[in-house]
Design a protein around this ligand. Structure first.
Ligand SMILES: [Zn+2]
Length: 393
């Protein structure tokens, strides 16, 4: 289904293109009629007003945009390749640990220097190539708890510097996750940060309630289960406080039983109706004309049923994070490559075709990495179908 291109500057195609994965290719059925994209939304990285217009377009047309944690130019390429294929927007997302990995694990990380530099480098890389794929791209960073705020502050410094020269921020949006704290403290800190961020047109994603499971070294797998389900009153508190920030744009990751990671069926009970109840409650409290005043983010999307995902989208979910399934798919592509060419990958010289035959074209790192990219892109096209995010441009 994806275009299968020979890799390697020497034109050596040893058949990665024929590596198949067991998952069925998505049918790429177009969503029902989609309204035209707002003129502000163009190919390449979108920020500020264009970002908001794109998110509103998603809400109005009932699709959510996949957000994928990237760790290298390979995973960035896989995201952009998938978006080009499914013809929709993409959220390229950096975690603090992913940023450090991009900078290189040996880089000095005093004061989160490598975590900051790696995210900035990844954002600049994405900016340099995104337009070539012809799709709108959102640059975002993932969970940030209070003890990680030096990382967040460093990213905001980088945005402000970029804004001075370019009139827009380097990233599109950032997430603060102070959901472990009392709600008053969570909201107060979000208001402070949104006040700073709105001056350079950055959007804030905040978290309420706790996403269960484990991700990027943060383990919430033993958290009190009542915290996994947000109450409408709590979402309204956030809505009221953040709406007062001048020019402030925000989304809410409200917990509705979602968890990071993939677990055996039956361990997780998703209740997307919580999100519907929140919208209804806020509409009533504020006597609003619109049905879905909030924009929600779905964390821990890996392994969720299409039914639950679509029901969450109906409730105003415009972004879904997918990490675990894309991690697996990247690895699965490499695994398959190795399994297919194992006899050619045991030494530099000598394979089943002859004991003096060179194996360079098989162990060129681009070969297994490309297989990982293709597998990940394919999985993301399936995710886009779940999210109703196909042919929406
Ligand atoms: Zn998350």
């Amino acid at each position: 289904m994806l275009s299968l291109v020979a890799v390697g500057s020497q034109g050596l195609n040893v058949g990665v293109s024929s590596v198949t994965t067991p998952r069925a290719a998505p049918k790429m059925e177009a969503a029902a009629t989609v309204t035209p994209l707002p003129a502000s939304v163009k190919a390449g990285v979108v920020t500020g007003e264009a970002l908001w217009d794109l998110l509103e377009h998603a809400k109005a047309n009932k699709y959510a945009i996949p957000a994928v944690n990237v760790v290298s130019s390979c995973s960035i390429s896989a995201c952009l390749e998938a978006a080009k294929e499914y013809k929709g927007p993409m959220i390229v997302q950096f975690s603090r640990g992913g940023g450090q990995f991009i900078a290189g694990k040996a880089a000095n990380n005093d004061g989160d220097a490598a975590c900051i530099a790696g995210c900035v480098a990844g954002a600049l890389h994405t900016r340099a190539v995104a337009e070539l794929y012809g799709v709108p791209v959102i640059l975002h960073t993932d969970h940030c708890m209070r003890s990680w705020l030096p990382w967040f502050d460093g990213l905001l410094d980088a945005n402000e510097k970029y804004f001075e020269t370019n009139g827009e921020p380097l990233f599109s949006s950032h997430m603060l996750d102070l959901s472990e704290e009392p709600i008053e403290e969570n909201i107060a800190t979000c208001v402070d940060y949104l006040t700073r961020m709105s001056k350079v047109n950055l959007l804030l994603e905040m978290e309420l309630g706790v996403t269960g499971g484990e991700e990027d070294g943060v383990d919430n797998s033993d958290v009190d289960s009542s915290k996994l389900y947000t109450q409408p009153e709590e979402v309204y508190e956030v809505y009221k406080a953040l709406s007062k920030v001048e020019g402030g744009r925000f989304t809410i990751a409200a917990a509705f039983g979602n968890v990071h990671g993939v677990y055996a069926p039956g361990n997780v009970e998703l209740t997307p109706e919580i999100l519907h109840n929140c919208q209804k409650y806020i509409k009533e409290q504020e006597s609003l004309d619109i049905d879905k005043p909030c924009s929600f983010v779905f964390h821990g999307g890996s392994g969720s049923s299409r039914e639950d995902i679509r029901y969450a989208i109906e409730a105003g979910t415009i972004k879904m994070n997918i990490d675990t399934d894309t991690q697996w798919s990247f690895w699965d592509g490499i695994r398959e490559y190795e399994a297919k060419f194992r006899p050619f990958l045991q030494g530099q010289i000598g394979n089943p075709e002859g004991e003096t035959k060179p194996n360079k074209k098989y162990y060129d790192p681009r070969m297994p990495l490309r297989s990982g990219e293709q597998s990940m892109a394919k999985r993301l096209c399936e995710a886009a179908e779940d999210l109703n995010c196909i042919n929406v441009l």
